[in-house]
Design a protein around this ligand. Structure first.
Ligand code: C2E
Ligand code: MG
Ligand code: MG
Length: 698
């Protein structure tokens, strides 16, 4: 019979009791995968190997002869041998089986062995034996370690979690709770144990919590939207809760309630929401809010008629640049407060950009709109007080109507904006309804801007001169230079139209420098022709005046044409004089050069008369709007007289603008106004005609 497959030699024997131990021994020697050792102890308790199987030899990497008959210390070396020896002694003394694990690091790597030791005492011979069975449990140990780490990790997920985690039985009884749960619910975990999870939630939330619990105990994780609960200490908390099934091998054994305290987040969300729809400076609803409001009106209330009023402060930009943004901001807050206080606006006021506000009137009529618009404009009659200083500002309003002027928010706001531009062009403190013609004007504005860019290059600009006449003797020793633009395409465009465009686009800087140069050139020519004492006044826009090197620009032109500085006069408006210290330092530099300085359109600006005393000014020019109404408006007559009086007391010269009638001349003469300028005396004239006039007088 072939027995070689097992490696066991079967000795033929009739005695079965002799045959079996031999087979068993061979089986153990060859096939047992555990290492098996049998040792005998001598009187000195030295254990020597009697038997080792092949697995033991393999694990020690030794031959049988290296082992049999040798002591453990000889075979295993001093330190491991001593350890094993101690275990054997312990087993021997206790007469009990002993089991231990040790880690061995050798040429096979790091391995864990579990060894079982059985002490055997032979009663007959009184000899001690020891059987040791060692099993390589490296793999099992690794798996055990892995599970242990996993469990620790999983435990820390629960214990350290910032969310409350409560384990529930499938029917919702609370079993354990982590620390976060104790904090959120203001109680010890033990207070939750044994209670039903529904007890944590208020009556109105019970049905949706129940539903979530049911679903999760059937295996589907379910979230519950925000619920306000009361803690054990009656503290209100907004919870974001989830029920998550605890599944072991596919079956649900319980449910986790995972809950997050969302109270702060909700508050933050509300804040973010607020900031998104409100303007930071004034707290008014902003463009986003307006968009939504208009969308509502044009969709939900589309059968009614609504009005969109776009309000913009006059000259605010120059004022802001001049006064500095902090004061500008404070002024805007004051304006928004005044508007808000106007009862009919309480809910329908929005701030679009810096000084642009939108008002909405729902379900309205033209009469009501006009009443509101003029009411709002009247709100600006009184000055605004910022840091103890009074500011007079006016506002203009453009109005578009739903549905006729636009069907959606964009076109309604745009058209109100066009109407606003028109109102501004017509003058200050006006309101204006949109009409279709205005669309054309906005594209005209763009074309003007484009053509203006090349106006100097194409030689389209020129200066005309308007005399300022001495009201006592009719002499002329000063003229105002006024800019004219004759464009190839548009023909004559009035400065009232193109100067604001040039200011907005920044082109006023090169154009302004051109004017300075041109005026100096004219002075040079006139001097050469014998016109020696006639001063030219030029208009300077706030942007130009704000240039740091403005004085140098003036100086260069004066030097270029060798002009006596006091033949040049610089007209600035009140809006260019906002920032006290900067204005003062520039005015001083100009004074040092020796040019004359006048304040144009005096009386229409925003500021107090305070600066007049401090600034080195030579001349005040009374705005034509006062002169125009001299006959009909007593108030204007009074203002004119006051300005003249004021100028005199400060030692300033006064020029009245826009003088058209004999009556006005007489009034001004009586009030001792030195000079008048206006159509009554002469329209602005081209240089040649002005020359003739000056030469004929001179
Ligand atoms: P402004 O400096 O107040 O100039 C006076 C304006 O009144 C001029 O208008 C002038 O033609 C006009 N005017 C003169 N007499 C009378 C009159 O009796 N009745 C009426 N109703 N008007 C009269 P213009 O030339 O259209 O200029 C308008 C504004 O454009 C000027 O007002 C000034 O602010 C600005 N401007 C003109 N030229 C320049 C310039 O070179 N640079 C700058 N930055 N602005 C300029
Ligand atoms: Mg002027
Ligand atoms: Mg003027």
């Amino acid at each position: 019979m072939d027995t070689s497959y097992s490696g066991i030699e079967m000795k033929e024997s009739r005695d079965l009791s002799l045959m079996i131990p031999s087979v068993l021994e061979q089986l153990i020697t060859i096939h047992a995968s555990d290492a098996i050792y049998i040792m005998k102890a001598d009187e000195q308790d030295q254990f020597t190997y009697l038997y080792v199987n092949n697995a033991a030899l393999r694990s020690m990497n030794l031959e049988r002869d290296d082992v049999l008959g040798k002591s453990i210390l000889q075979v295993m070396g001093e330190s491991s041998g001593r350890k094993i020896h101690d275990y054997y002694m312990e087993a021997k003394a206790s007469k009990k089986n002993l089991r231990y694990r040790d880690v061995i690091s050798d040429e096979f790597g790091v391995r864990t062995f579990e060894t079982g030791i059985t002490p055997i005492f032979n009663e007959e011979t009184k000899e001690n034996y020891m059987v040791a069975v060692a099993r390589d449990v490296t793999r099992e140990q690794k798996e055990r370690d892995r599970l242990q780490t996993l469990e620790q990790r999983y435990r820390s997920i629960i214990e350290e979690n910032l969310d409350a985690i409560v384990t529930l039985s499938k029917d919702g009884m609370m079993e354990t709770a982590n620390e976060a749960a104790e904090e959120i619910f203001d109680c010890e975990a033990s207070a939750l144990k044994g209670k039903h999870v529904l007890d944590l939630f208020p009556g109105e939330a019970i049905s949706k919590v129940k539903q979530a619990l049911n679903r999760s105990s059937k295996g589907t994780p379910t979230a519950v939207s925000l619920i306000q609960v009361e803690t054990f200490k009656k503290r209100p908390v907004i919870l974001q809760a989830k029920f998550v099934p605890i599944k072991l091998e596919g079956t649900v054994h319980g449910v986790y309630l995972i809950a997050r305290d969302a109270t702060n987040e909700i508050e933050t969300d509300e804040k973010i929401n607020y900031l998104h729809f409100h303007d930071k400076l004034t707290g008014l609803p902003n463009r986003q809010a307006l968009k939504i409001r208009l969308a509502e009106l044009t969709v939900k209330q589309k059968d009614d008629s609504h009005a969109i009023l776009c309000l913009d402060l006059d000259n605010f930009k120059a004022l802001n640049e001049a006064l500095g943004y902090t004061t500008g901001d404070e002024l805007l807050v004051k304006v928004s407060e005044r508007l808000e206080g106007y009862s009919s606006l309480s809910n329908n006021l929005f701030r679009l950009t810096a000084d642009e506000f939108i008002m909405i009137m729902e379900n309205t009529s033209k009469e009501k709109i006009e009443k509101l618009a003029s009411g709002v404009i009247r709100l600006f009659a009184d000055p605004f007080i910022v840091r103890g200083q009074e500011y007079f500002i006016s506002a203009s309003i453009g109005i578009s109507l739903f549905p006729q002027d636009g069907q959606d928010d964009d076109s309604l706001v745009n058209h109100a904006g066009h109407a606003l531009q028109m109102a501004k062009r017509k003058g200050r403190s006006l309101f204006q309804f949109y009409n279709v013609e205005m669309n054309k004007s906005s594209s005209r504005k763009m074309m003007i801007e484009n053509h203006l860019r090349r106006a100097i290059e194409f030689d389209e600009l020129s200066l005309v001169y308007q005399p300022q006449v001495n009201l006592k003797n009719g002499e002329i020793n000063s003229v105002e230079a006024l800019l004219r633009w004759n464009n190839r395409k548009f023909g004559h465009v009035s400065p009232g139209e193109f100067i604001p465009v040039a200011e907005e686009s920044g082109q006023i800087l090169p154009i302004g420098s051109w004017v300075i140069d041109q005026a100096c050139h004219q002075l040079f020519k006139w001097t050469n022709q014998g016109i020696r004492n006639t001063r030219i006044a030029i208009n300077i826009s706030p942007k130009q005046f704000a240039q740091e090197n403005f004085d140098e620009i003036i100086m260069k032109s004066l030097e270029k044409y060798n002009v006596t500085p006091d033949l040049l006069e610089i007209e600035i408006t009140e809006s260019a004089m906002g920032n006290m210290s900067e204005t003062l330092s520039m005015l001083k530099k100009l004074k040092e050069i020796g040019v004359k300085i006048s304040v144009d359109d005096f009386g229409t600006g925003y500021s107090s008369l305070n600066y007049l005393r401090q600034f080195p000014i030579d001349i005040l020019k009374i705005d034509q709007s006062f002169v125009k109404e001299l006959r009909s408006e007593q108030k204007d007559a009074a203002i004119t007289k006051t300005i003249i009086h004021l100028a005199h007391s400060l030692g300033l010269e006064v020029v009245a603008e826009g003088v058209e009638e004999q009556f006005q001349v007489r009034f001004l003469q009586k009030a001792h106004c030195q000079k008048g300028q206006g159509y009554f005396f002469s329209k602005p004239l081209p240089s040649g005609e002005m020359e003739k006039k000056l030469l004929s007088i001179g």
